[in-house]
Write a protein that binds this ligand. Structure first.
Ligand code: AVJ
Length: 328
């Protein structure tokens, strides 16, 4: 089939319009649920991605630093069983800092990289870093994990092995059944000799968890509220940013931190592009994110339930974080 002759700007505008329509439809659907919700994937516009990068540098949020240290310390063992050259696929990698630690300079070890992220800003940060390191074979997919995995599978090099990176406890955003389904999708694009490297935050004392998600500098609060700013800007919303307070709550029964935005008073909000008008009661909240925390053995069990083979694990006991490599 012949591709339609569209100017690249026209194509980009069409993609942007489609993304806005989906955003509007999901905002409508999730805000009308009980309790009211918003999908956490929408945090990551350009400002949101930058705020998340700042969170990663907060002393109270240890996931990123701990994982980087584990990757640096165990790089050789993690890559050891994989046939060369190794092709990396990173899901939701953000700035690509950790990918760079694992990949090292391009060469016989790692030659080809594919990045899957919903954030344009994140993809560009990561791509720039890899280019500066000398990588020439970089493919980016700005889309959801599901779609990106299918696309990335089509670009797989003929030789060597694939290592999928799903780091930063990004999997923690998904409810257990959805997480398992996502792992099974990863498994389906892999072949014998390939592997998955999964980073997961582990259960730890509640005060530590609270500080990590409600930091004294208010960066996480800004990250959370930015979602409302984004809705105002992109979907003609009327959220009063001062009218919603950030809250991080530990849900012990579900083993997850939940982030909420609590309406500080009774107020009416409209979202023009989503054809919505909502009356919030004082104290009513929007549930914007879940971050599930795991037991180390549970991570292995989840991967194996999704069809993966033997697992190796590297754990930081102080910060309670695990890297798990699953073989296929
Ligand atoms: C990027 C989803 C792993 O859940 O810890 C950080 C996002 N939210 N602070 C996490 C986040 C609040 C983060 N993940």
């Amino acid at each position: 089939m012949k591709a339609p002759l569209l100017h690249p700007d026209t194509r980009h505008a069409a993609a942007t319009a489609a993304a806005r329509t989906t955003f509007a439809a999901e905002v409508r659907e999730y805000l009308l649920r009980t309790p009211r919700q918003l999908p956490s994937k929408y945090f990551y516009d350009d400002l949101g991605s930058t705020l998340f990068e700042a969170i990663c540098r907060l002393p109270w949020y240890r996931i990123t630093r701990t994982e980087s240290a584990l990757l640096a310390a165990h790089r050789a063992s993690i890559l050891a069983p994989l046939r060369r050259p190794v092709s990396l696929i990173e899901l939701g990698g953000g700035s690509g800092e950790k990918l760079a630690i694992l990949a090292g300079p391009p060469g016989p070890q790692v030659a080809h990289v594919q990045l899957i992220d919903i954030s344009h800003a994140a993809l560009e940060m990561s791509r720039t870093r890899l280019r500066e390191m000398g990588y020439r074979s970089i493919i980016t997919h700005q889309c959801t994990y599901e779609e990106g995995l299918v696309r990335a599978g089509r670009h797989r090099p003929a030789d060597g092995s694939l290592l999928v990176l799903f780091l930063g406890s990004n999997i923690g955003n998904f409810d257990p059944p959805v997480a398992r389904n996502l792992l099974a999708r990863v498994r389906r694009v892999l072949r014998a000799g390939d592997a998955l490297l999964l980073g997961t935050d582990l259960v730890k004392p509640e005060p530590e968890l609270r500080l990590a998600y409600d930091d004294p500098l208010g960066v996480t609060a800004a990250f959370n509220r930015n979602l409302l700013r984004r809705i105002n800007e992109e979907l003609d919303g009327t959220f009063d940013l001062d009218g919603f307070a950030h809250r991080a709550a530990w849900n012990a029964a579900e083993s997850r931190i939940e982030m909420h935005l609590v309406s500080v008073r009774a107020q009416r909000v409209r979202v023009g592009a989503a054809d919505l008008q909502i009356d919030f009661a004082a104290g009513e909240w929007i549930w914007t994110e879940s971050s599930h925390k795991y037991a180390a053995e549970q991570v292995i069990a989840e991967g194996q339930a999704a069809g993966f083979g033997p697992a190796d694990q590297w754990i930081d006991e102080r910060a309670r974080f695990a890297l798990t490599r699953f073989s296929v």
